[in-house]
Design a protein around this ligand. Structure first.
Ligand SMILES: NC(=O)c1ccc[n+]([C@@H]2O[C@H](COP(=O)([O-])OP(=O)(O)OC[C@H]3O[C@@H](n4cnc5c(N)ncnc54)[C@H](O)[C@@H]3O)[C@@H](O)[C@H]2O)c1
Length: 392
C-alpha cells in the first residue's frame, strides 16, 4: 500500500466545480489551497476540535495570512441564527472582505453553519470544508447545502453554497466517538444499496475491523443506544488501527464519488438527488417522534430496513435482499427495529415532512439492489405491514 493509494481526488462538476480530497494528514494541503487573494481565514470549530483548530491557525499564520478562530457551541446547539450572527460579528470586527475565506473544521453541524455564514457574509465568500465526522465526510460537506435550525424546525433556513474545496482527512476519525462513527456508516451503506454494490461487499468483508475502529465512548444521549448503536467500549488512544485506514479511505472515496456524481448532475434538490434520501422518509419520522435524540444515521438505518420491507411487500426486492439490509446494518451495530405501537405518530410525522408533496407520502425504494425508484402514495396496508415488520 503506497501513500497514493490512500489519496484520492474526486471532482464535483457544475457551475461552481470543486475537488473533494480523501486521504490522511491533509491539513497542510488544505491550507495551501487557500486562494492567493485571501488575507484572512476564519476557522469555525467547536470545543472537541480545539487542538486541531489551534494547529490549523498556526498553519494559516505561517502561510502569511491572518487566521481567526471562532469556537461555536457543539453539535446542533451551534446551528442557530444567534451563533451565525456571532460569527458575522467576528467577520466584521476582523474586517473580512470579499476575497477572504471561511474554513469549517468539524462535523455536519459545523460544516452546515460555517457554510451558511460564508454564503451570507458579503453575499457569499469562499468556504473550505474540513469535515471531521464520517457523516460529514460522505454527506454534509459535499454538495453545497448549508443551513441552520430555528425553533420551528431543523434546517429550515439555509442556502446552496458550493465550497472551494473539501478535505476528508480520515485521521480525524481516530478520536470520533464510536457511536458517531457507526452512525456515519449508515450513510455509507445507504450509498452501497442505492448505487455502489462494492461498498456493501467491502463493508461485509470488513465488519470486524470496522466495529473495532476504536475511539471514545459515545456520550450523546440517545434512545437509539438501547436499540443497537451501542458497542461503545473503552476509550481509544486517538490513533486508528492501520489496517482500518485503507478500508475507511476506500469506503469514503466510493461514497463521496456517488454523492459527487449525483450533485454534479443535479445541483438543486430535485430528481436524481432524491435517491440520496433512501431510508430518510421513515428516518425523519423517527427523529421527529424522538425529538431528535436519535442520531441521524441510526434513524436512517431503521428507515432503510423499513423501505426494504416496503419494497419486499411491493414485489420489488427478494426476501434475501431485504434480509441483507437487516444483517449488514445490525452487524455494524446499527438499530434495525423501532418501538411498536407508534404508527399514528410516525405516520403523522411522515405527512408533515418537508419532502412530502401535499398529503402524498413519497419513498425511495429499491427495485433490486442498486436500482432506486420513487414510490409515491403506497397503499396504507403496505405502510402498516412494513411497520409491523420493523417494530418490536
Ligand atoms: N448539508 C447537508 O447536505 C447535510 C447532510 C447530512 C447531514 N447534515 C447535517 O449534519 C449534522 C450532523 O452531522 P454529524 O453527524 O457530523 O454531527 P455533529 O456535527 O453534531 O458531530 C457529532 C459530534 O462529534 C464531535 N466531533 C466531530 N468531529 C470529531 C472528531 N474528529 N473527534 C471527536 N469528536 C468529533 C462533534 O463535536 C459533535 O459533538 C446535522 O446538523 C445535519 O442536519 C447536513
Amino acid at each position: 500500500m503506497t501513500d497514493s493509494d490512500l489519496r484520492h481526488v474526486i471532482a464535483v462538476t457544475g457551475a461552481a466545480p470543486y475537488d473533494v480530497t480523501v486521504g490522511t494528514d491533509l491539513l497542510e494541503e488544505a491550507v495551501a489551497s487557500v486562494p492567493a487573494e485571501a488575507a484572512r481565514v476564519l476557522v469555525v470549530h467547536s470545543q472537541p476540535l480545539q487542538r486541531k483548530a489551534d494547529y490549523l491557525k498556526r498553519l494559516i499564520d505561517e502561510s502569511g495570512r491572518l487566521g481567526v478562530l471562532v469556537e461555536v457551541p457543539d453539535a446542533e446547539a451551534g446551528k442557530t441564527a444567534e451563533v451565525a450572527a456571532f460569527a458575522w460579528g467576528v467577520l466584521g470586527k476582523s474586517e473580512f472582505t470579499r476575497t477572504d475565506v471561511v474554513m469549517a473544521l468539524g462535523g455536519g453541524a459545523v460544516t452546515d453553519l460555517a457554510g451558511f455564514v460564508a454564503a451570507s457574509w458579503l453575499r457569499g465568500v469562499g468556504v473550505i470544508q474540513i469535515p471531521t465526522t464520517l457523516l460529514a465526510m460522505v454527506d454534509a460537506a459535499v454538495g453545497g447545502k448549508t443551513g441552520i435550525n430555528i425553533t420551528e424546525g431543523k434546517n429550515l433556513v439555509g442556502a446552496f453554497h458550493e465550497p472551494l474545496s473539501v478535505w476528508c482527512d480520515v485521521s480525524f476519525l481516530s478520536t470520533l466517538p464510536r457511536n458517531d462513527l457507526v452512525a456515519g456508516m449508515a450513510e455509507v451503506v445507504k450509498v452501497g444499496f442505492i448505487r455502489d454494490l462494492e461498498i456493501l461487499t467491502l463493508t461485509e468483508a470488513n465488519i470486524d475491523l470496522l466495529r473495532s475502529v476504536d475511539a471514545q465512548d459515545g456520550s450523546r444521549a440517545g434512545g437509539e443506544t438501547g436499540a443497537g448503536v451501542s458497542g461503545a467500549s473503552a476509550a481509544g488512544d486517538g490513533s486508528l488501527d492501520p489496517a482500518a485506514v485503507p478500508v475507511l479511505v476506500e469506503l469514503i472515496r466510493r461514497a463521496v464519488q456517488v454523492k459527487a456524481d449525483v450533485v454534479s448532475a443535479d445541483l438543486k434538490e430535485s430528481h436524481l438527488r432524491e435517491i440520496l434520501n433512501y431510508g430518510h422518509t421513515f428516518a425523519h419520522a423517527i427523529e421527529y417522534t424522538e425529538r431528535y435524540q436519535w442520531r441521524h444515521g441510526a434513524a436512517v438505518s431503521v428507515g432503510m430496513v423499513y423501505a426494504a420491507e416496503l419494497a419486499g411487500l411491493a414485489g420489488k426486492l427478494t426476501e434475501a435482499e431485504v434480509e441483507r439490509h437487516r444483517s449488514l446494518l445490525s452487524a455494524l451495530g446499527l438499530p434495525v427495529t423501532y418501538a411498536g405501537g407508534r404508527w399514528d405518530a410516525l405516520h403523522l410525522a411522515m405527512k408533515r415532512d418537508k419532502k412530502t408533496r401535499g398529503d402524498m407520502l413519497r419513498f425511495v425504494i429499491l427495485q433490486g439492489i442498486g436500482n432506486p425508484v420513487r414510490f409515491e402514495g403506497p397503499d396504507p396496508t403496505l405502510l402498516i405491514a412494513a411497520y409491523d415488520a420493523v417494530s418490536r
